[in-house]
Design a protein around this ligand. Sequence first.
Ligand code: ZN
Length: 252
Amino acid sequence: MEFMLHIGTRTYRFDPGAPLEIAIALRFDGGGLQLFGVPPAAAQAVQAIAAGDGCNCDTYIINPHCHATHTESAGHIEAAPRPIFGALRETLIPATLITITPESEGDDTVISRDALEQQMEKADPDFSAALIIRTLPNDPAKQTRNYDQFLPPYFSTAAMDYIHALGVRHLLTDLPSVDRLQDEGKLSAHHIFWQVPQGTHDTAAAPDRTITELIYVPDEIIDGPYLLNLQIAAFAADAAPSRPVLFEVTPT
Ligand SMILES: [Zn+2]
């Protein structure tokens, strides 16, 4: 089956049966991602319903921000609750995948504005509603890493200013956070993306945007334009596990 769609002034076709997976699965065997000292995701059998009694019915203990691919709303930094459930209405989002090599800045490595500008020069502006950023090296260990033993790169504030200027509404990254993991709670890049004044938990001026962290984009998926379907668990919370998939688009 093929679908046709119009984006900008052009027509494209895509195959809804051929999604490209860029999510990291949420594992319950203790071998998954860890962050901020939070113990691994876990499953507990419900005592009243042992497996032998007819079905599996485990209780799961997860932290959406720490254990796998997740999508967050501005509620992540606002004082008032803003459930991710309901914050995203779009289902097929024109998206651009780019690959960036973070640069050293003192002891840190950062995604710079220059590196982003270089990659976006060749991008099609019709596909800028979502921006998916793969960082190099693209180590498969990104799918199981304990980030308490590894300081990952993060976005410079200039880079996030640029993403804001591009009008990107949905930002996806393979990093555990767009901000430095230990930044004294400033979360400066998050504040820029959602347009929440720095140092406050005020209401976002750009509440229709989402950030998805801890994706993994396999090397076989090449940079370029795609359609993004951002599947989010219907959590009444600021963040929920998600399963972003990409579809190749072919101009007709
Ligand atoms: Zn998060």
